[in-house]
Design a protein around this ligand. Structure first.
Ligand code: COA
Length: 156
């Protein structure tokens, strides 16, 4: 992912996440995901070339982000998060589409992720993006929720 790439869209500025975005990522992670990753984990995610991340900025802040790991021909999506005050405006769809396009350009042939079964918003987003259910991991999460494995073929 070219770290200098920048695209102005109707949704705001879309560009790759960089090490200097650490504080913004930590803040959005805390507010949207309840603090999925520690500062050390975020530093690593933002530093490694095979862990692409994309953000959408509007006015004064990071509104949406999506991250993944490129593993051989797979894009494993690890994070999709939108500022709670800016949901249902297409930002999740936009940042996810950008990450999928990057994964495809980098050689990924399919994308995969896990989503908690009760997470209707995320399931709706992934279904809208064309993901299909490929399996279930029972009691995968600490709170006992099942994880649904989602899978998308990235057409070349
Ligand atoms: C899931 C999440 C990223 C969606 O972001 P968003 O910007 O609100 O989503 P969008 O506005 O782009 O919605 C795109 C589509 O997803 C679906 N969707 C989004 N939110 C939904 C909801 N609450 N209920 C049902 N479907 C929903 C709809 O199909 C929607 O299209 P529509 O608005 O035309 O009906 C956001 O709710 C979020 O950050 N949740 C907390 C973090 C999280 O759970 N991340 C995923 C972990 S696997």
């Amino acid at each position: 992912m070219d770290p200098e790439a920048r695209t102005e869209t109707g949704q705001g500025l879309i560009r790759p996440l960089r090490p200097a975005d650490l504080a913004d990522c930590l803040d959005l992670d805390r507010r949207a995901l309840g603090g999925l990753w520690s500062e050390t984990q975020w530093q690593r995610e933002l530093a490694e070339a095979n862990r692409p991340g994309l953000g959408i900025w509007q006015a004064d802040g990071l509104r949406a982000m999506a991250c993944g790991w490129l593993i051989l021909d797979e894009l494993h999506i690890t994070v999709v998060a939108v500022d709670p005050f800016f949901r249902r405006r297409g930002l999740g769809r936009g940042v996810l589409a950008g990450l999928l396009a990057h994964g495809q350009a980098a050689g990924a042939r399919h994308a995969t992720l896990e989503v908690a079964a009760p997470n209707g918003a995320a399931r709706g987003l992934y279904a809208a993006a064309g993901f299909q259910e490929a399996g279930i991991r029972r009691a995968y999460y600490r709170n006992g929720d099942d994880a649904l494995i989602q899978w998308l073929k990235l057409v070349r």
